[in-house]
Design a protein around this ligand. Structure first.
Ligand code: ARG
Length: 403
């Protein structure tokens, strides 16, 4: 094994990373610095500090990344209306490059030569962490214990914990827990009964949204203000990106918005089934499309929609810090200059419906589109010629086919 001098570990304080911490200390016998990011996962982070201290860690980093997460990662992605395979809002995918960026920053600051993470060998997250680290500092080594040690199952993991007196949370005993990843954008749940896509997900897998069937009978109407493609206010009150998303998560959760039961294609090659809850993100996507509908030129909007699946796939596959993602981002960002105004959305039993939109930069012309008499210069005869020329080749084609 290559000699490692100092490691920065991506550490949640949960069972897996606590075991990884112990294993790193035993295997490499070097100093470990722990990094715990607050991404709005809704977990207490101080217990992570206490656990790291108990393991003899001297340098413990706990950083609140909520604002950076939403303003520099979630919002740029929202500008693209990004969805992977038509449905997934990329809540886990978009958090990885941010965590990797901070791991690299700390490694450089403390002079560490390696970064360790707790992602397993079958998932997308290992790829996302490592591609980001490669792109940000090619000199750093990566340690992925799940690919290196000979622990092969949850059961063996629990045995290792027992042997090393690492406390096992009560819900992690006996029956294995779901694999959950949560942050301000989403909660993702995988594993156990969900591994059979023919099984209906039981209600207790849902963490932050009510069943739409149990949502309030009265709709709730909200107005979101956009500036240059980014949401900046709710019901007329300006809010920071993280505060706005937090607020929308609460509203969306109450109305059962943003649930998704999906079988997706992992980059590594297998299909997997997961339950996603993205309440605020689902509202924002609908609202962003609403403001774009009146402020974007048709060709600009359609070009965005053409590149969107490619852009989403890059994020899903871990290429956030790749030149092609940055090139697409530049294109998307340029399209957003006039995407400003207000969108009113009705939240009701699982749906977020745009019901009105206004913008000082609107391209919408009532005069042009009206069914009534209008003063705008529009010659109906132009439409006749337009259709005649477009129909020309169809007539040739139909005539040939009828022969
Ligand atoms: N399948 C999702 C993705 O690749 C979520 C992965 C993390 N979620 C989890 N429950 N472990 O983005």
């Amino acid at each position: 094994m290559t000699k490692i001098e100092k490691i920065v570990l991506s550490y949640s304080g949960g069972l897996d990373t606590s075991i990884i911490l112990k294993w790193l200390q035993e295997t490499y016998g070097c100093e470990v610095v722990t990094f715990t990011a607050d991404l709005g996962q809704g977990e207490e982070l101080e217990p992570a500090r206490a656990k790291a201290e108990m393991s003899g860690i001297k340098d413990i980093r706990i950083v609140d990344l909520r604002e950076e997460f939403v303003s520099d990662f979630v919002f740029p992605m929202l500008r693209a209306n990004a969805l992977y395979e038509g449905q997934y809002l990329l809540g886990s995918s978009i958090a990885r490059p941010l965590i990797a960026k901070h791991l690299v920053g700390i490694a450089q600051e403390v002079g560490a030569d390696a970064i360790a993470h707790g992602a397993t060998g079958k998932g997308n997250d290992q790829i996302r962490f490592e591609l980001a680290i490669n792109a940000l500092d090619p000199s750093l080594k990566v340690i992925a214990p799940w690919r290196q040690w000979n622990i092969r199952s949850r059961t063996q993991l629990l045995e290792y914990a027992e042997k090393h007196h690492i406390p096992v949370p009560s819900d992690k005993r006996g029956e294995a827990p779901f694999s959950i990843d949560a942050n301000l954008l989403h909660t993702s749940t995988e594993g156990k009964i969900l591994e059979n896509p023919a099984e209906v997900a039981p209600d207790h897998v849902y963490q932050r949204t009510v069943d739409p069937l149990d949502a309030p009978d009265a709709p709730e109407i909200i107005t979101i203000g956009f500036e240059g493609g980014d949401p900046l206010s709710l019901n007329g009150t300006a809010m920071t990106p993280a505060a706005l998303l937090t607020e929308l998560n609460g509203l969306g959760g109450r109305h059962g918005i943003g649930r998704l039961d999906l079988v997706e294609n992992r980059f590594i090659g297998m299909k997997s089934r997961g339950i996603y809850e993205t309440p605020g993100g689902t509202i924002l996507l609908a609202a962003h499309r609403g403001i774009e509908s009146i402020t974007l030129d048709r060709a600009a909007a359609h070009l965005k929609d053409e590149i969107m699946p490619r852009y989403a796939e890059l994020i899903y596959n871990g290429f956030w810090f790749a030149p092609e993602r940055e090139m697409l981002q530049a294109l998307i960002d340029q399209s957003q200059a006039f995407v400003s105004g207000e969108v009113t959305v009705r939240l009701y039993k699982g749906s977020a419906s745009v019901i009105s939109r206004t913008s000082p930069w609107s391209l919408y012309s009532a005069d042009l589109v009206t069914f009534e008499e209008s003063a705008v210069a529009y010659d109906h005869h132009d439409a006749e010629g337009f259709i005649r020329l477009n129909g020309l080749r169809l007539k040739s084609w139909a005539a040939r086919n009828g022969r």
